[in-house]
Structures are given as structure tokens and as C-alpha cells.
Write a protein that binds this ligand. Structure first.
Ligand code: BGC
Length: 767
């Protein structure tokens, strides 16, 4: 191999360098493997300043790599950079043939032959699509989530990719923000567990294995708190929220060994995250000891000029490099500006060395130096991608992600025989929308639609009527409120079908492209004419099962007040239709729980379960309409439509006997709490048992509830199980306003139940 030959030719020099390193003491090292650290040091010594800066440069795919190289313009400049060893990474180059072609240039045409790291947004699968991340979070099933990420990694790795820009671990309390579909919802505890599961799923035990890839926790930090849910907006949060809500999932990802982190687009306290040394140097690389590298978000270095934080691109490059942003994604800034900045003394070469060390370490850990074509096996690409096993895993994940929000009169599960079922809604027959947003590698219109899923059950008569579409047209960038359809010409057919039916199943909600990046919305009802369709059908047949498709919580007050049964089915990926049909027919008993609160109306947002009590909370007087001076709205109640943690089953569960092992514990003692859960219904079912605490008095006010444990159990009818939880200082403490983790004595309440609204509680003291 050419690379090996090159390095071998430089051996005498490398040995000299190694000796000089140990003589001068060890420089910072980023791998647990000392061999890798030595190799990184050696290589660094061989690199010119320009080549080092090249490693800090990432370009988006810029030409059809299987054709000739570009002859002029920007693409030609980038192409020359690639051949001169001035590109360390590329994104959006995918497929063995394409990746091999760019890798070949890096390895065979550049002076040192350093391989590229190839990044891609593998957000919820590569070609086989799993449910959108928010949906997966609703499973609360960490093993399944880990498996889903490992399947995504295996497919991406088989297509030449070795780095995903996932998981997004941004906590958000704002359903207006379109990117909530990419995250794990509103809670830092659940979010941290899921961050860990996803990192472990992508990276596996051996990063150099051909089926694992480097993960990237993003967007560091606080992007989910974009003001008013408006995309790319400023963020203005206090330190308590930063330390206790925003940062924990990033810390969990860092502690799980995530190899990279991505900056966020927002500013924090007036400093854009990409140039935020407090976030990157003090917290991430300092306090947490993060060993991977930090990539900017797309053009976020140069956007610091637009923010009014940097004067020009050169200034932005200086600020980003000093702050600790190691790799420039598509600002085209570092590669043009850093060399001069170093020469002028504005950026020390040690800063460059640190960034390059971090980047080269990850490349080594991926095994790219041993074999730069490790991820480029065309045979594997054919067999691994879209394999049966991957689709089976996607189906399993999809079923686990469904949340039964409401089921009056046990309309579900559907009877399997002798029924006439009307299936209504454009989304019901859609094979594209269920794939959701962020599916850059998959083929359009490859999902199993709900209609197809329902058709595989033969015992009933199924009548499909579209009623209405969501949108007039459908491409990734034409889904816009202005394009919501106003066409009601299908209503009469839908109403006629509903009249004949024993049960009506309506699939309504958002199109898959209505959430995701750049898809903030201020109205969260059913888009287009779907609400009118629902009401028209309801007028003739009230036995409606509403199946929601959406990438975020919606405001479905009317539906909740009228429709007996509501199933939250998100966008569930490739196997959507089978998953939905199996749940509707009871072949899978739903077990999901909401990872995000559903508001009654948009005015309640931000609404979340772990709010503070305030000085004027609800009280006995609150029922008196003449009493107004308490924390509430006068036109809507405080409670949400569906709280965090809510989700029903076709069976029922009863919680009783909550007990702690003692009344008083010392600060460093482990608290044990148990509770008995019984299946009081007629079917076997799974339940996510949730534990919340409330720290009644502290030096910084604490939320009225905080999730601190959950366990999934399965119970046969009539069965009871005792579930035990332990709470250590990790669960009982919190971050104070200087970012230090503290555990304070005092009284605690513990709640156990099937949602954040449980009232079953016990108390204990910490002394
Ligand atoms: C997004 C990132 C993404 C990147 C590369 C940006 O616009 O914010 O999450 O990874 O593009 O596609």
C-alpha cells in the first residue's frame, strides 16, 4: 500500500522525532492507546504548518468524483487543496465507489498520504430507515435504541462512511423548533441515557471494526433553546438551565467516549458557540477531559461575522481556533486564514497541533492509517445495506416507538374479522413521508405505508379514501405552510367510506419534511385541511382511531375532546405500515411513553414536566375564578394535553406499596426505593416504570419533579412485580450556578408511576 511505503520511507526521521518527543516530555495525547499517541506525534513532526491546517479543513462533496476533476472556479480550488493534502475530511460523499475515489486522492496523491475521515448525517439510518430519533426516544428502550444506531452504523460503514453527525443530544422544550424530531425530547436524564446508548451503538466496542463509525454529539450547546423555537435564533438561558438541563447529555456522550462534538449555530451569552472558549475549552476539553475533536457546524465559523462577533473571516478563524473548534466544516476559513494567523502570532502553533492531534487520533482509532479503504468493500456494501435483518430491527424499533395516547371504550385493538374499516388520510397511503426528515442516503418512497400494512391483514373489509393530502407538492424543500393543500374534493368520498365503516382509522399529521432543520412552525395543529376532514368524518362516524404522523408534539385539543382513540405514530421509517398495523391489530401491545410534553395550545410553550414551583403555584384558591394572583393563564389550564412520560397499553397497570429502605440517609449513602406493579388487565403488556424525585429545599431552586430512574418490565395478566431503584449522589445532586455538582442535605420526595403525573410517593431525608 502506498501509504505504508511512504511512512516506511520516512522511518529514520520518525525514530528521531520519537526520541526527541520522549526527551522533551510527552505532549498532550488523546488516545488510550500509547502506540496511537506515538504515531500521531511522529506524523505531526513531519507535517508542514500548511498540512496541519489542511487536516482542520472539511469540504462538502464538490464534484462528481467518478468524472474528471473540476477545471475552474471554487471546485477547482477545493480539488487542488485535496491533492495538496489540505483537506482532512469530506462530508456528503457516500457509497464505496465515491469514497474510494476521494480517499485515493488523499492517500496516493498527497505528500504524506493521510487518509480522509468521511462524515455524513446518518441520523436515523442510512438506507434502511429507523424511526426518527424523537420517536425512538418514546420507546425508552435503551437496548433497542443502541441496536438501531449500530444498524445505522453498519450500513453507513458499508458505504464508505466512517463518521456520523449524530446523535443530536439537544434538549428542547419547544415543539415549535423543527429539530426536536432529531433529539430525545425534553428531559436531561432520559436524554443522557439515550445519548450514551446512541454513542455506544454507533461506535461499538472497537472503532476500527468495519461496521462501526465515529459518533458526533451535537450541537454544543443550547441550540434546542433557540428563542421562540425559531430556527438559528439567539439563545438566552440562565446558568442553572445550562448546567442542569442542556449540558448533561453532552457530558454523558463525552463520558461514553464519543469521538467528536459539533458546535451549535446559536450564541450563548452573546458569544456564538463556535467561538465560545468557555464551552469548548473550559467545560468540554477542560473540566470534562473530552479527548475527541470538535467540528464546527456548517459555515458556523464564518457566520460569526454575520452575528457581529467577528470582523471578518480571518477574525472568525482566530476566534474559533482559540476557542477550541478543531475542524472547519464548510466555512472555507481555516484553510485560507490560519497560516497567516500563526505567522502573525495571533494563534500559537500549539493550538493547531492540539487540533491536528485530536483529528489524527480519531483517524488512527478508526483504523484508517492501517487501511484507508477499510470502509470501502463493494461486496459488503451490497449485502449489508437494506438487509433483511436490518429491516427486522427497524420494524422492532418502530413498534416500540408507538405511543397509545388515548383509548376510550377499547376501540383498539381492532377486531381481526368481520369488520368494515375505513382508512382515511393522504398520509395513510404515503410511502415517502413516513421516512421522516434527515434521510439523505435513502431512496424516496420506500416506506411501507399504513395502507400497505393494513392490507396485509385480510380478515376485514378495508376501504381506503384519501380525503385530503397535507401538501400540494412534495419535495424536501417545497414543504411549506404556503403549500398546504386547500383541496377538499376528496372529502365526500372519505365521508361516504366512514358511513359504511364499523371503525374509521384516520392517518393525519405533519408531512415528514415539515419537521427537521429549518422547519420551525408557530401553529402546531393538523396542517392544511386535515382538521376539517377530521370533523367532517366525525360528523358521520364517531368511532375514530386517529393515527398521528408527526416530528414534534402537536396541539390536538379538538381531537382529544372528541376522538375516542389516538395513537402517536410519529414518522417510523422504512417499516412504518407494518408497525402501525401490528399495533392497531394488537399483535404488538403498545409500550411507548412520551419523551416530550404535548401542549394544549402554542401559547403554553415552553411547557415541560420538570418546571419550578414558583412563589405562587396552584393552591386551593386556584379554583376560585375571582382569585387571579397565582402562576397561571386565564384562558387555558396549566396542565398539558399529554404529559411527559404518558403512554397507555392495551392492558392496565396498578402501582402500589412505594417504600424506601430507611427514613434518613447520610449524604454518601445509596437510597433504595421499591414499588409493586401489577398487570390488572387481560393482556400481557410492557410498562416503563418511572421514578421522579423532588428536592424540596436547596441552595438553587429545584424542579417539582425530576426523572431519576426508569425500568421497563413485562407482566402477564394478574402478575405483580416488585421493582427496585437506587439513588446515589449522582441522582440526588445538582449543578449549582457556578457549574459545580453538589449534594445537599434536606427532605426529598420520591414518586413512582407510569407518567410524570404520578402521585404515588414517599419521602426521605438526606443528612
Ligand atoms: C446541521 C448539522 C449537520 C450539518 C451537516 C447543518 O446544517 O445543523 O446538524 O450535521 O449541517 O449536514
Amino acid at each position: 500500500m502506498k501509504l505504508k511505503t511512504k511512512i516506511a520511507g520516512l522511518l529514520p526521521l520518525l525514530t528521531a522525532v520519537l526520541l526527541s518527543c520522549s526527551a522533551q516530555g510527552q505532549p498532550d495525547s488523546y488516545s488510550k492507546n500509547p502506540k496511537i499517541n506515538r504515531k500521531v506525534d511522529s506524523l505531526l513532526q513531519l507535517m508542514t504548518l500548511k498540512e496541519k491546517i489542511g487536516q482542520m479543513n472539511q469540504y462538502n462533496g464538490f464534484w462528481d468524483v467518478t468524472g474528471p476533476g473540476p477545471k475552474d472556479g471554487n471546485a477547482k480550488v477545493k480539488y487542488d487543496h485535496l491533492r495538496e493534502g489540505l483537506v482532512g475530511s469530506m462530508l456528503n460523499v457516500k457509497g464505496v465507489e465515491q469514497v474510494k475515489a476521494v480517499q485515493k486522492i488523499a492517500v496516493e496523491e498527497t505528500r504524506l498520504g493521510i487518509p480522509l475521515i468521511i462524515g455524513f448525517d446518518v441520523i436515523h439510518g442510512y438506507k434502511t430507515l429507523n424511526p426518527i430519533p424523537l420517536a425512538e426516544a418514546a420507546s425508552w428502550d435503551l437496548d433497542a435504541i443502541k441496536k438501531s444506531s449500530s444498524v445505522a452504523a453498519a450500513e453507513a460503514a458499508a458505504a464508505g462512511i466512517n463518521w456520523t453527525f449524530a446523535p443530536m443530544v439537544d434538549i428542547s422544550r419547544d415543539a415549535r423548533w423543527g429539530r426536536v424530531m432529531e433529539g430525545a425530547g425534553e428531559d436531561p436524564f432520559l436524554g443522557s441515557k439515550i445519548a450514551k446508548a446512541r454513542v455506544e451503538g454507533f461506535q461499538g466496542n472497537d472503532l476500527s471494526a468495519p461496521n462501526t463509525i465515529a459518533a458526533c454529539a451535537k450541537h454544543f450547546a443550547a441550540y434546542g433553546f433557540s428563542e421562540a423555537g425559531k430556527e438559528y435564533n439567539t439563545v438566552d438561558i440562565g446558568s442553572s438551565t445550562l448546567y442542569n438541563t442542556v449540558l448533561p447529555p453532552f457530558k454523558a456522550a463525552s463520558d461514553s467516549g464519543v469521538k467528536t462534538m459539533m458546535n451549535s449555530f446559536n450564541e450563548l451569552n452573546g458569544v456564538p458557540a463556535t467561538g465560545n472558549a468557555y464551552l469548548l475549552r473550559d467545560i468540554l476539553k477542560g473540566k470534562w477531559g473530552f479527548k475527541g475533536f470538535v467540528v464546527s457546524d456548517w459555515a458556523s465559523i464564518k457566520e460569526m461575522v454575520t452575528w457581529g462577533y467577528a470582523q471578518h473571516k480571518k477574525d472568525a478563524s482566530r476566534l474559533a481556533a482559540l476557542a477550541g473548534c478543531d475542524l472547519d466544516m464548510e466555512s472555507n476559513a481555516y484553510v485560507f486564514e490560519l497560516e497567516t494567523l500563526v505567522k502573525e502570532g495571533a494563534v500559537k502553533e500549539a493550538i493547531i497541533d492540539e487540533a491536528v492531534r485530536r483529528i489524527l487520533t480519531v483517524k488512527h482509532e478508526l483504523g484508517l492509517f492501517e487501511d484507508p479503504y477499510r470502509y470501502c468493500d463493494a461486496k459488503r456494501e451490497k449485502t449489508v445495506i437494506n438487509s433483511k435483518a436490518h429491516h427486522a430491527a427497524a420494524l422492532d424499533m418502530a413498534k416500540k416507538s408507538i405511543v397509545l395516547l388515548k383509548n376510550e371504550n377499547q376501540l383498539l385493538p381492532l377486531k381481526k374479522k368481520g369488520q368494515t374499516i375505513a382508512l382515511i388520510g393522504g398520509l395513510a397511503a404515503d410511502t415517502n413521508s413516513p421516512l421522516g426528515s434527515w434521510r439523505l442516503a435513502s431512496k424516496d418512497s420506500t416506506a411501507v405505508s399504513v395502507l400497505q400494512g393494513m392490507e396485509s391483514y385480510k380478515g376485514n373489509k378495508l376501504i381506503y379514501a384519501k380525503g385530503a393530502d397535507v401538501n400540494k407538492s412534495e419535495t424536501e424543500f417545497t414543504i411549506h405552510i404556503k403549500l398546504n393543500t386547500d383541496d377538499k374534493s376528496g372529502f365526500s368520498e372519505a365521508v361516504a367510506a366512514a358511513k359504511k365503516a364499523d371503525v374509521v382509522v384516520m392517518v393525519l399529521g405533519e408531512h415528514g419534511f415539515q419537521s427537521g432543520e429549518g422547519r420551525s412552525r408557530t401553529e402546531l395543529g393538523l396542517p392544511g385541511v386535515q382538521q376539517e376532514l377530521l370533523e367532517a368524518v366525525y360528523a358521520v362516524n364517531k368511532k375514530i382511531v386517529l393515527v398521528l404522523n408527526n416530528g414534534r408534539p402537536l396541539t390536538i385539543n379538538w381531537a382529544n375532546n372528541h376522538v375516542p382513540t389516538i395513537v402517536e405514530a410519529w414518522q417510523l421509517g422504512s417499516q412504518t405500515g407494518h408497525a402501525v398495523a401490528q399495533v392497531l391489530y394488537g399483535d404488538y401491545n403498545p409500550s411507548g411513553k412520551l419523551p416530550m410534553t404535548f401542549p394544549r395550545n402554542v401559547g403554553q410553550i415552553p411547557i415541560y414536566y420538570n418546571y419550578k414551583n414558583t412563589g405562587r403555584p396552584v393552591s386551593e384558591q386556584s379554583n376560585n375564578p375571582d382569585f387571579v394572583f397565582w402562576s397561571h393563564y386565564s384562558d387555558v389550564e396549566n396542565s398539558p394535553l399529554f404529559p411527559f412520560g404518558h403512554g397507555l397499553s392495551y392492558t392496565t397497570f396498578k402501582y402500589k406499596n412505594i417504600k424506601r429502605s430507611k427514613a434518613t440517609y447520610r449524604l454518601n449513602e445509596t437510597v433504595s426505593v421499591t414499588c409493586d406493579i401489577s398487570n390488572t388487565g387481560k393482556l400481557k403488556g410492557k410498562e416503563v416504570v418511572q421514578l421522579y424525585i423532588r428536592d424540596l429545599h436547596a441552595s438553587v431552586t429545584r424542579p417539582i419533579r425530576e426523572l431519576k430512574g426508569f425500568k421497563q418490565i413485562e407482566l402477564a395478566p394478574g402478575e405483580t412485580q416488585k421493582v427496585s431503584f437506587t439513588l446515589t449522589k449522582d441522582e440526588l445532586g445538582f449543578y449549582n450556578n457556578t457549574g459545580n455538582f453538589v449534594v445537599e442535605p434536606g427532605k426529598f420526595e420520591v414518586f413512582i408511576g407510569g407518567s410524570s403525573y404520578t402521585s404515588l410517593k414517599t419521602t426521605f431525608d438526606l443528612k
